[in-house]
Design a protein around this ligand. Structure first.
Ligand code: NDP
Ligand code: HSE
Length: 445
């Protein structure tokens, strides 16, 4: 019980928007239980935000509010700086300055860590401080803790996750309610799921940041977002969601990282997933991450990946960890990226052209003799084997006298470069009447 007599650990918050206000509120509400777990109180004593009036209204009297984040960093009474501003600009400078000032840092900023993580973790290692980032991946789901600690016995084989709530919400609304993309996006923004710049969500960049962090922790490689393949959901058509369903699949934006023969795969793109998989049934803004380890087999983590209090839950978990561990010798803490800094691997990230996966293809073709033979002939000549096929009257040209039809093909596994070659050859056929849709397919078995 000795530790319970320690004075509270003092926290300075940079940015009190959606996640910052959730963090403040949950810490207030659950302070007694958190104190009993952490062994001492955790108090936000200083807040910096550009909007001082709004910030004061959010925290009330008793907390010092300033408009200059550097005043928080310079305050010798602050033990932990929580960065909840976002972006790679001022946030990077503030985090580096906080580390330099000897403060521990908690951040939910996946963009910052996926791009500048190597610099930030190295600085933290030099100064002997912790940089904790549970909230940066999958919001309230403790996936960083699971990967870094719970699964530490395993050689991780692959991870596949729905790690962007905004896009999963949009895809669910489009499938269930037939909503237009734009309407669903506006609703996601209203609910506070979307990033300040929603292109990061819909173009797959946010999921790319998160899978980059998971990949580094799972495989002990540096964070290298610049090597990730990133494709969003803006090109997805409603009819592909429907056709996928008829074939027994759902379309999800997946972040995937996988140990392959030639390195580590690191990619985000829409994927067909068998409808019978649990992850295919994750709807709305919920997130889910499947991790396959050689010893444990397949594990699944599910929960809210965004929003004020779910994300605050992860921020506060980091604060409790720091409160418990900050007295420990830095060399004996859990390493930032799970592996000891001098034991990182230089396995390369596999270029997308070398990734092996299976595919869904939709071709709008002239409904005439020999078309199918020419298409399948190209696939066969490149050694690409067909798994299933559908032919449907195209929505926009169907009905009596239709001369065009949608041809939907599911393939078995092949290397992406071969598929690119097949697509170029098929696209050049005069009977292929529109750009071919290609969506990758993951069985996640
Ligand atoms: P918000 O935009 O709601 O909050 C950011 C806050 O920071 C705003 O109040 C903003 O003030 C303030 N701010 C901006 N610049 C400065 C500055 N120089 N000094 C002090 N304060 C500043 O963002 P969120 O809370 O949604 O996100 C915060 C972080 O958490 C981001 O990195 C985000 O990616 C991450 N995150 C968010 C999740 C969510 O569900 N929202 C989930 C998981 C992670 P002003 O409004 O006046 O500009
Ligand atoms: N914009 C993100 C999402 C917030 O939609 O998942 C959580 O990181």
């Amino acid at each position: 019980m000795k530790s319970m007599n320690l004075s509270p650990i003092r926290v300075g918050l940079l940015g009190i928007g959606t996640v910052g206000s959730g963090t403040f509120n949950v810490l207030q509400r659950n302070q007694e239980e958190i104190r009993r777990r952490a062994g001492r109180g955790i108090e936000i004593t200083m807040v910096a935000d550009l909007d001082v009036v709004r910030a004061k209204a959010a925290v009330g009297a008793g907390v010092q509010v300033v408009d200059d984040a550097r005043k928080v960093i310079a305050n010798p009474d602050i033990d932990i700086v929580v960065e909840l501003i976002g972006g790679y600009g001022i946030a990077r400078q503030l985090v580096l300055e906080a580390i330099e000032a000897g403060k521990h840092v908690v951040t939910a900023n996946k963009a910052l860590l996926a791009v500048h993580g190597t610099e930030i973790f190295a600085a933290a290692h030099r100064k002997g401080v912790m940089v904790a980032f549970e909230a940066a991946v999958a919001g309230g789901i403790p996936i960083i803790k699971a990967l870094r600690e719970g699964l530490t016995a395993n050689s991780i084989q692959w991870i596949a996750g729905i790690i962007n709530g905004t896009t999963n919400f949009i895809l669910s609304e489009m499938r269930d309610k037939g909503l237009d993309f734009d309407v669903a996006l506006k609703e996601a923004q209203r609910l506070g799921y979307a990033e300040a710049d929603p292109t990061f969500d819909i173009e797959g960049v946010d999921a790319g940041h998160k899978v980059t962090l998971m990949s580094a922790i799972a495989f002990g490689i540096p964070v290298q977002f610049d090597k990730a393949y990133v494709e969003g959901i803006t090109q997805l058509a409603a009819q592909d969601i429907r056709y996928a369903e008829q074939l027994g699949y759902r379309i999800k934006l997946l972040g995937i990282t996988k140990r392959a023969a030639n390195g580590i795969e690191l990619r985000v793109h829409p994927s067909l997933v068998p409808a019978k998989r649990l992850i295919a049934n994750v709807e709305g803004a919920m997130n889910a991450v499947v991790v396959h380890g050689d010893a444990v087999g397949t594990t699944l983590y599910y929960g809210k990946g965004a929003g004020s209090e779910p994300t605050a839950s992860a921020v506060i978990a980091d604060l409790v960890d720091i409160a418990r561990l900050h007295m420990a010798d830095p060399e004996h803490r859990v390493p930032h990226l799970a592996f000891q800094p001098d034991a990182m691997s230089d396995l390369p990230v596999v270029p997308m052209s070398e990734v092996v996966t299976s595919y869904y293809l939709r071709l709008k073709v002239a409904d005439e003799t020999g078309v199918l033979a020419r298409v399948t002939g190209i696939l066969a000549s490149l050694g690409i084997s067909i798994d299933a096929m559908l032919q449907r009257e195209a929505d926009d040209v169907g009905g009596e006298g239709a001369t065009q039809t949608d041809l939907i093909i599911l393939t078995h596994n092949c290397v992406e470069a071969k598929m690119n070659e097949a697509l170029a050859q098929m696209q050049a056929l005069p009977t292929v009447l529109a750009p071919i849709t290609r969506i990758r397919k993951e069985e996640l078995a």
